[in-house]
Design a protein around this ligand. Structure first.
Ligand SMILES: [Zn+2]
Length: 193
């Protein structure tokens, strides 16, 4: 069985804001018992994460799940391409003209021609470069973080909270989480490795 994850991504936090917001939210999650303060080897993505705390079950929908679960939370700061892990990016939408550009052909294979400029945008972000390309429809230059990926296949951001193998996070919890992130726009990604 693979690992699945839910990531709450702060879409708006700048590089400068990310560390302070991460610390605030980490403090809140620990003090409310959602995760425990002492990091352990509990996440597949990196060496150490925060294991589920004594009140973790209050923030998830346990229907159909057996408790307890073991895996924890990984907090990522700094330029990151958050992605859903499987399949292909299907489409991307321009923030200005709202035209959606299909990135796959009729067989759902990635269309090389359509994807090529966006591949640069995504890989550039991961490598520390802002690749600004014109929208294929309206020609306006678009910042890398402004493209809207279908089903949030990618989110290019500076701050994300990855819950590994947790039951579905409750909506109220995600809403409170968003408030704690200075009411920034957030995306909830779900995926599998
Ligand atoms: Zn456009």
């Amino acid at each position: 069985m693979g690992d699945h994850f839910q990531v709450i991504v702060d879409v708006q936090a700048s590089q400068q804001e990310a560390d302070a917001l991460a610390a605030d939210v980490r403090g809140w999650l620990i003090s409310s018992g959602v995760v425990s303060a002492e990091r352990t080897d509990c996440v597949p993505s990196t060496d150490l994460g925060y294991p589920p705390g004594p009140r973790a079950d209050a923030v998830v929908d346990l229907s159909g799940w057996s408790v307890p679960w073991q895996d924890g939370l990984d907090i990522t700061t700094g330029r990151t391409v958050f992605d859903a892990g499987q399949g292909e990016p299907m489409a991307v939408t321009c923030p200005y003209c709202s035209v959606t550009i299909d990135l796959v052909d009729e067989d759902f294979d990635l269309s090389y021609e359509a994807w090529e400029p966006f591949r640069e945008v995504v890989h550039g972000w991961g490598e520390g470069r802002d690749v600004i390309i014109p929208c294929p429809a309206c020609s306006r230059p678009v910042e890398p973080t402004s493209w809207k990926w279908a089903e949030d296949y990618f989110v290019l951001a500076h701050l994300g909270f990855t819950f590994w193998n947790w039951p579905p996070l409750r909506q109220e919890f995600v809403a409170e989480f968003t408030r704690r992130l200075a009411d920034h726009r957030t995306a909830l990604l779900e995926g599998k490795l």
